[in-house]
Design a protein around this ligand. Structure first.
Ligand code: HEC
Ligand code: HEC
Length: 418
């Protein structure tokens, strides 16, 4: 695009350029024709320091030749390339054109590589070392300045390696996030909540949602006020990926340390977070690889999108206590629990007692939860019985404290050997 808004300056500059070249040539011709006054000894008559004399030789032919060639070169150049005002040159060369051509050539070279990825889904891609090496490079060059080189984010920039996806954690949603960009807007809410005391109370209620340390008296007082937040964060506080409103029950916070002052600040001031759009910067293939890379980072465990994984049954052994985790509302023992169960069986055979207690998360009604906790404990007991453990060696117990907080951690049955 030309920088000239009217033709005048274009013509003016072109004119000045051509005139100066012509003037150079004219100067050559004139100085070749007129001879300066010459003394008999072919000097100009100027003498310095006694015998330093100025000769009056014509310009060397080779030099004149070069000068003329330079001028001809200038004309040829200005004919072929842009240089005369807004005239684009007969070759139509431009910086952006050259850049685009180089990019196109580069893309052509990697095309065979990406062709191999074409038939792969995100799951397969995230296990392909070549694809992930490309993803790593794309991420470091384009995303790391905000999300960190390890993708763990920082204040204001989401951690992409945890299981919390404000905009959705399926490959499709992540692709949409990267391609189109996102803008998360929380408006300042203090006016809707009430007095500064109300805001503090509500903040403590928000903290209680994730089981974070809080003042429970204030939390109770603030509970009602959560209504004004529910439009975006959901009545249960679990967020809404349609508008990027984060899950407030997970204990994962991006904008601060998850303490009262941080929540109060969010309520009072709101926040707007902008994730830029990358569609125009990457080829569709690059976007695909990058999506798989990010998805894989965020606990994109093969077989299921991240959100579902967080809600699946599983088993772990910590400090000799076997913990059976359950999916929301379910009492099915995780498949693959055999090894953990075998450990308990072995312990009982060695003369120990298995203490089985069930925990639930704090969502849903208390009566329902108690029933669910019991069902889960019974499910584990039945499995042990099926493995030949005598019922007398199993002690079903009510947990001494029902844990506050939601999430997979709370939905568990613990088996202790004593
Ligand atoms: C208009 C929709 C909307 C309403 C209403 C709203 N929020 Fe938010 N909230 C958001 C969005 C979107 C974000 C994420 C902002 C970002 O990441 O840029 C957010 C972020 C937050 C965070 C920060 C979480 C973190 O990761 O650090 C807290 C805390 C929070 N909101 C609490 C509240 C409370 C309490 C209320 C009610 C007074 C409320 N919000 C009302 C949309 C809303
Ligand atoms: C200029 C800073 C910046 C850059 C660069 C950037 N991001 Fe983001 N990104 C953000 C912010 C801020 C958010 C949170 C937006 C919101 O919800 O308010 C975000 C959100 C995201 C999310 C959504 C996370 C969730 O919880 O749903 C993904 C995925 C993401 N970015 C991936 C990327 C990738 C991949 C790149 C590189 C191509 C990238 N980002 C580059 C600032 C950036």
């Amino acid at each position: 695009m030309s920088d000239f808004t009217s033709n005048f300056w274009s013509v003016f500059i072109a004119g000045v350029t051509i005139l100066s070249i012509l003037a150079c040539l004219a100067l050559l011709v004139i100085s070749g024709k007129t001879k300066a006054m010459t003394a008999a000894d072919n000097t100009t008559g100027h003498v310095w320091d006694g015998d330093l004399r100025e000769m009056n030789n014509p310009l060397p032919r080779w030099w004149v030749g070069l000068f003329v060639l330079t001028c001809l070169f200038a004309f040829a150049y200005l004919y072929l390339y842009p240089g005369l005002g807004s005239y684009p040159g007969s070759l139509k060369w431009s910086q952006t054109g050259q850049f685009d051509a180089e990019v196109a050539r580069g893309n052509e070279q990697v095309a065979p590589l990406y062709a191999r990825f074409a038939g792969m889904g995100p799951e397969q891609l995230s296990k392909d070392p070549e694809a992930m090496a490309i993803g790593d490079r794309l991420f470091l060059n384009n995303c790391a300045q905000c999300h960190g080189s390890d993708a763990r984010g920082s204040k204001g920039f989401p951690n992409l390696t945890d299981k919390q996806w404000n905009w959705g954690g399926t490959p499709d949603k992540i692709h949409e996030t990267i391609a189109k960009g996102r803008m998360g807007v929380m408006t300042p809410m203090a006016a809707a909540v009430g007095s500064p005391e109300d805001v503090r109370n509500l903040a403590n209620h928000v903290l209680s949602l994730s089981g974070a340390p809080h003042d429970s008296v204030r939390a109770n007082l603030g509970k009602e006020k959560f209504m004004v937040c529910a439009a975006c964060h959901g009545a249960d506080g679990k967020g809404n990926p349609a508008m990027g409103a984060p899950n407030l029950t997970s204990g994962i916070f991006t904008h601060g340390p998850g303490v009262e002052a941080h929540i109060v600040n969010m309520i009072n001031n709101g926040k707007t977070g902008v994730m830029p759009a990358w569609e125009s910067k990457f080829t569709p293939e690059q976007l695909k690889v990058l999506t798989a890379y990010v998805w894989g980072k965020g606990g994109g465990v093969p077989g299921a999108p991240a959100a579902a994984v967080a809600d699946a049954a599983s088993v772990s052994v910590e400090n000799g206590i076997v913990k059976f985790f359950f999916a929301t509302g379910k009492a099915d023992v995780a498949s693959g629990a055999d090894k953990a169960l075998a450990e308990i069986v072995a312990g009982v055979k060695a003369g120990k007692k298995a203490i089985v207690s069930g925990y639930v998360d704090s969502t849903g009604s208390a009566a329902q939860n108690e029933e669910l906790a019991k069902q889960r404990a019974v499910a584990v007991r039945d499995q042990l019985k099926a493995l030949g453990v005598d019922e007398g060696s199993i002690d079903l117990q009510k947990p001494d404290n029902v844990e506050a907080g939601a999430g997979a951690q709370a939905r568990r049955v613990e088996v202790k050997l004593m």
